[in-house]
Design a protein. Structure first.
Length: 121
């Protein structure tokens, strides 16, 4: 329940928390795309692990910068050999940035733009 309050809306519908690491200045929350039961139960498709993680900066927590490390699942169609990822209806990144939509909107409203020189940005 705490994760659903802290993380961007609906992210836990598509991703599982796979790890949390904390340094003196940052918290890294690793999120892996959930297994799709329709594809995993189909003999024509195989999960081939994950694509490279994408880092998204979110609201700070307790004076720590928060980085979401999001990994999308890679699938292969065994009939054609083509790799693909499942389209998901989740729009969490502010356009043209690596900030979560909510954090980007907060920065823009507070500072008039999305500055990159703030301590948690």
């Amino acid at each position: 329940m705490l994760a659903s309050l802290v993380l961007p809306a609906q992210i836990l519908d598509y991703f599982l928390i796979s790890g949390v690491e904390q340094t003196s200045q940052e918290i890294h929350i690793s999120l892996d795309e959930k297994m799709n039961p329709e594809l995993s139960n189909n003999i024509h498709f195989e999960s081939k692990g994950f694509m490279e993680a994408v880092n998204v900066t979110d609201f700070p927590i307790r004076d720590h910068k928060v980085i979401l490390r999001i990994r999308r699942r890679r699938w292969t169609d065994l009939r054609t050999g083509k790799s693909f990822s499942i389209p998901i209806d989740l729009d969490i990144v502010a356009k043209g940035t690596r900030y979560s939509k909510e954090f980007g909107a907060f920065l823009k409203e507070t500072y008039g733009d999305i500055p990159g020189d703030l301590p948690y940005a």
